[in-house]
Design a protein around this ligand. Sequence first.
Ligand code: SAM
Ligand code: SF4
Ligand code: FES
Length: 344
Amino acid sequence: MKNPNLNSVLNKEEFDKRDIIYMLSLTDKNEVENLYYRANEVRKEFCGDDVHLRGIIEFSNYCEQDCLYCGLRISNDALPRYRMTKDEILATVEHIHKAKIFTVVLQSGEDFSYTKEFISDLIREIKLNYGLAITLSLGERGFEEYLEWKNAGADRYLLKHESANKKLYSAIHNKQSLDERIKHLVYLKSIGFQVGSGNIIGLPGQTPDDIADDILLCKSLINDMASFSPFIPSNDTPLCNVSKADVQLTLKTMAVARIVLKDAHIPSTTALGSLIEGGREKGLEVGANVVMPNYTPNPYRQNYKIYEGKICVTDDPLACSGCLKFKIESIGRKVGESFGHSLK
Ligand code: SAM
Ligand code: SF4
Ligand code: FES
């Protein structure tokens, strides 16, 4: 390692905002490689070689929110909408269970037609029949709903803070505020959920300073999981003409997040795989330790259209887990054979 300053920063125990901005701003090819190398070392030390598979079911693309970046936003009239029934969701859970995947992620737009009771019953049935770990990703819901779902047996809740910059947060969300989102995250953690948050990289006007705050917010929230995914524009949204996120900035953010957050579960996202060929493998090599095979069945799969060019939507819903297992092994890693609960 040629740059002594870089060497001393990468090997620190604790990182301040200046260190984080410094690492994010590296451009020299060798220095960036050193950053990735260190991130991979930290991942190995704190998380081991296991890559955890989380089978995701995108069970509804109805959404009451109007996030400017997202194709599911309520104002997008061009999107054909769907809702899966309980039987359809449970049949999909069965496929996940059969594939020896230990976590199901239930994700949707903010769709209040799925009531507190519906989700609780679903959680109980999944636990009773399949014993899987359950991650919910349903957007901002009521605090009493979170509590009931926790009591019904849900293990984790994924709610990205999207941007820790209050002004940027308000500019990209019509109705919601960052303060409110943080209240939800704090509450979810307080009632015992393993909580995941994270940002979108490449939002218009976002700076390295903002990304440093995103990583530090995940640290201060003691996030069990943290997702840093690239922005990809979606047609029929106000951000349709904004450029895709920069690949290197995305990878550097994931690497810095691993170095700073140490034992958080960090996914190599479908968005990264959609941004570049081989993106998920690359993400696993710069700090990530989780991937999420998409089990959403046909004919719904293609209409969970958060952004353009999402991979896997025309593939057989049962093919993704095998395909990802192959990719994991091809880079010398191991498919996790445990629930992959929080390492905190
Ligand atoms: N509605 C729930 C929520 O917002 O938490 C869960 C579903 S939402 C589609 C899941 C994630 O998609 C969001 O947290 C956001 O970060 C991501 N997302 C939405 N639009 C995106 C885009 N254009 N590019 C990259 N990620 C996007
Ligand atoms: Fe709805 Fe989530 Fe998309 Fe926002 S990000 S519009 S809450 S699905
Ligand atoms: Fe979906 Fe390869 S991960 S087909």
